[in-house]
Design a binder for this molecule. Structure first.
Ligand code: ZN
Length: 343
């Protein structure tokens, strides 16, 4: 493994603000300050509209609502501005802001490449003071639950209707819950990468009326920090592609059909934390298959996801031949054919 892969990206991201980075590029005079925002023309695609690019100061992220249709954190910004990898962006940030290389390297005493990256022409060190308080909070993981839902009804007709076998239902710990917060819903346990249950999602068993949510999640739970089924996907062989889908039932169905290295986003977008999780568990030769629903949200999501993941692994996008198709709709044979076709 190259020495330079020991950078703790999280620490680098937490140590610098978007404002400092914009200042470093000499862009701050083009930006107007809002309550919790900086607004200006997009420096990435070189737009001129003064409201197309927005920085959230508290979240320390940016978004281009115009041509880029993209957003991200400070490192994504540097990576896009300079057309370099996230790794190279982190090295630049460490150099520009004179960050403590020991704190920034996750390895033990291997900060050589970072030292080497410093040169005599480096700008005067700027102290990285304005550390955004909410970054640390945002990065905090969901705490494991201290209880388990018991007496779940495994053979509820809704689960059979969705084509799940009893083996799959038991394997994923699914079942109809009759009491408590998830009462009258199908409980779906969500595990973190260490296989600890961090939440239950409650699916309404059928088509809910307008004022009833399809899914219920515990208050305070941040699904953007998790990838459903990641704990089992990471145990699959490294040379198998990782399939990314939107929903719980997409992942569960693909798993039942033998495609076990699958994770669900629990939505159609990839959060920064989810991207980080995937990056941590993929190598340079890893393959990822993005298989979102064939609708507007899915199409928008997969473009963005493919673009971001392709910075550190091989990405293939699967497009369904018909509109409104979802991975859950595929039969076992179709799943096999699709996976063979993508090889
Ligand atoms: Zn842009």
């Amino acid at each position: 493994m190259p020495k330079s892969s020991f950078i703790d990206f999280k620490a680098v991201k937490a140590a610098i603000t978007m404002e400092q980075v914009l200042e470093r590029y000499g862009l701050m005079d083009k930006f107007k300050r809002g309550t919790d925002s900086l607004n200006g023309p997009c420096p990435i695609h070189g737009g001129s509209n003064p409201t197309q690019f927005r920085v959230s100061i508290s979240k320390n992220i940016w978004n281009c609502f115009s041509e880029c249709k993209h957003g991200g954190n400070v490192l994504d910004f540097i990576a896009r501005m300079d057309d370099v990898s996230i790794h190279a962006a982190a090295l630049k940030a460490i150099e520009w802001f004179n960050l403590d290389t020991k704190a920034m390297s996750a390895g033990d005493g291997d900060e050589q490449p970072i030292e080497a990256a410093k040169s005599d022409t480096a700008p005067a060190p700027k102290p990285a003071t304005k550390r955004p308080a909410q970054v640390a909070e945002k990065a905090a993981p969901n705490a494991p639950l201290k209880f388990r839902l018991d007496k779940l009804e495994r053979n509820h007709p809704y689960l059979a209707e969705r084509g799940l076998t009893l083996e799959t239902i038991v394997d994923f710990g699914l079942g109809f819950c009759s009491k408590g917060m998830m009462a009258d819903r199908i409980a779906i346990p969500i595990h973190n990468v260490k296989s600890e249950v961090v939440a239950y999602s409650g699916r309404f068993p059928g088509e809910p009326t307008e004022d009833t949510p399809k899914y219920k999640l515990p208050q305070g739970f941040r699904k953007s920090q998790e990838l459903f089924n990641i704990d089992r996907a990471v145990k699959e062989p490294a040379d198998k592609p990782l399939v990314i889908v939107e929903g719980f039932f997409d992942a569960i169905k693909l798993h039942q059909h033998g495609c076990k290295k699958v994770v669900a986003l629990m939505g159609s977008t990839l959060s920064a934390a989810q991207e980080e999780l995937i990056r941590e568990h993929t190598g340079r030769n890893s393959q990822v298959i993005v298989m979102l629903d064939e609708n507007d949200a899915g199409r928008a999501g997969r473009e963005d996801i493919a673009c971001r993941l392709s910075r550190f692994c091989f990405v293939k996008v699967y497009e369904f031949p018909q509109p409104d198709m979802e991975p859950e709709h595929l039969s076992a044979d179709e799943v096999r054919l699709v996976m063979e076709g993508l090889r």
